[in-house]
Design a protein around this ligand. Structure first.
Ligand code: RP5
Length: 165
């Protein structure tokens, strides 16, 4: 990985990494350069600020942020940057993960976080959404996304054909 970053991932805890691995896999599939940091909004405020500044210096075009419980991290990142921020609520054992979902989705006006689904589906969608944002000014990436959608549709049709046999 060189120093230039397309997508900066920040997770609130090492315990979020197994889920965010789905994001990493998808970013690799699209050939996007990424950085990944662990920095907590509640436990390491200064380190989080430094991680945001580092990602901005590396040219990050999108932040993907992931946190669980009282998930302040995506909102704090959004408060510090004008780079688009995607928030992935992590699945938790309590409150049906609504704590993290509500904390990420219910941002006050003027500080948007694009909130995706809870858990692994959200981790994948965060990468696809980041690629779609970057593809606005990148035709090669646009082609990859068109191909991805095509393959996805083909696999559903294939399953249906199998079912009809
Ligand atoms: C959040 O609290 C993290 O993003 C994680 O999802 C959750 C639990 O963190 P750990 O106690 O596992 O470090 O800040």
């Amino acid at each position: 990985m060189d120093n230039r970053t397309d997508v900066a991932i920040i997770v609130g805890s090492a315990s979020d990494l197994p889920v965010i691995n789905e994001t990493v896999k998808m970013l690799k599939e699209f050939g996007l350069a990424y950085s990944i940091n662990i920095a907590s909004a509640h436990r390491t405020t200064q380190h989080l600020k430094q991680s945001i500044q580092g990602a901005e210096s590396s040219g990050a075009k999108v932040f993907i942020t992931a946190a669980g419980m009282a998930a302040a991290l995506p909102g704090v990142v959004a408060s510090e940057t004008i780079v688009p921020v995607i928030g992935v609520p992590m699945e938790g054992k309590n409150l049906a993960s609504l704590d993290a979902l509500f904390a990420i989705v219910q941002m006050p006006k003027g500080v948007p976080v694009a909130t995706v689904a809870v858990g692994k589906a959200g981790a994948v969608n965060a990468a696809v959404l980041a690629a779609q944002i970057i593809a606005v000014s990148n035709d090669a990436l646009k082609e990859k996304l068109v191909e991805y959608k095509k393959k996805q549709a083909e696999s559903v049709v294939k399953e249906d054909l199998k079912l009809q046999k």
